[in-house]
Write a protein that binds this ligand. Structure first.
Ligand code: UD1
Length: 321
């Protein structure tokens, strides 16, 4: 029997990971989420198969007692947005840095076997060379990027100083079902899906020629589970990307082709803190973790659109920025 805990399990990636873990034989799954950016609806049809704890990851005592003795804690709870961390840096610092520190401290004290940490590709910033490999010096361009990078350092330090096994995965622009399109800070592909369904053109910041390694959520949840099991990887950081990169203009035209909806996008000023190009070197993750992404952009977009089409009527109105 393996006992898995997902922080941020009511969020986009977390709720997808919960479903993958529930498919494992002999797994019990618990979720910790303060429901600040996650939704119980994301766990609706699996709620009877999990234990849900509405707690903040900064609450050391609560987190220590929930996580004690777990086989793996997947630490996904965060305020995950570059622009939000610039507009309102204090809450994102508290959740992403203080929260990660308390989570790691509780996990070490409670003898958790391994923590898998959701790090971010934003840590690289603008590099001269693509794809971006883990040996490159990080150059964070936003508070969010700096916070996520510090979380990686803490993971590695908890491994070396406190004997807690940790693996950090730098997620590269993850998209897929259950990504919340309800705020201007939402991931761009969730906003594209909403734009198509509402027949309202999206706004591209800048010229739309910035590129991202858009990674389908099932590929990062598969890699997360591999990271929980691989040998000889404690204290390390790996890219969790697809290995490709696509411009926003190209993704928008691909989505128009897939859905048959034609609309010219609007263009606005570039966004502060934005990285220009992002693409993962997946060599180390393939070698050490057995990473093998399964979803092309076309297939991921088609699956994602199908989900949004089926759930659009239930989506929340835009939240306050
Ligand atoms: C960054 C990180 C990613 C992290 C994510 C958390 C990089 C390269 N990636 O994503 O690893 O998981 O933060 O949120 O730093 N855009 C528009 N119109 C919109 C919204 C966004 O043009 O309405 C543009 C942005 O300016 C950006 C791109 O789309 O160039 C992607 O933006 P977004 O989805 O917010 O993610 P990143 O900031 O790239």
């Amino acid at each position: 029997m393996s006992r898995y805990i997902v922080t941020g399990g009511a969020g986009f990636i977390g709720s997808n990971l919960v479903r993958r873990l529930l498919n494992e034989p002999d797994a019990t799954v618990e979720v910790i989420d303060n429901l600040e950016t996650g939704y119980l609806e994301n766990l609706e049809e699996v709620s009877s198969r999990i234990r849900f704890h509405q707690n903040d990851i900064r609450d050391y005592d609560a987190i220590r007692s929930i996580t004690g003795g777990a086989d793996a804690v997947f630490h996904l709870a965060a305020i995950p947005s570059v622009p939000k961390s610039i507009a309102n840096p204090v809450p994102s610092h508290q959740a992403n840095i203080d929260g990660t520190f308390q989570l790691l401290r509780a996990a070490a004290d409670g003898k958790v076997k391994r923590v898998i940490y959701a790090a971010s590709s934003s840590a690289y910033g603008d590099t001269e060379v693509l794809p971006k490999s883990e040996s490159m010096a990080p150059r964070p361009k936003s508070p969010y990027a700096a916070q996520k990078l510090l979380g990686e350092y803490y993971c590695s330090v908890f491994a070396s100083c406190f004997g807690l096994e940790t693996v950090a995965l730098r997620f590269f622009n993850v998209y897929g079902p259950r990504q919340d399109p309800g705020s201007p800070y939402s991931g761009v592909l969730s906003l594209f899906m909403k734009a198509i369904l509402e027949r309202r053109p999206p706004t591209l910041f800048g010229d739309g020629e910035q590129s991202r390694d858009f990674t389908f959520v099932d590929d990062v949840t598969a890699l997360s589970l591999k990271a929980a099991r691989a040998a000889g990887v404690s204290g390390k950081t790996y890219n969790a990307g697809n290995g490709n990169r696509y411009t926003l203009n190209l993704v928008w035209s691909t989505l128009q082709r897939i859905t048959g909806v034609k609309m010219d996008p609007l263009y606005g000023p570039p966004r502060p803190g934005d990285v220009r190009d992002s693409q993962a070197d997946t060599t180390a993750a393939a070698r050490d973790l057995g990473h093998a992404p399964q979803f092309s952009l076309e297939e991921g977009l088609a699956r994602t659109f199908e989900w949004y089409r089926d759930h659009h009527a239930r989506m929340k109105p835009p939240a306050e920025a």
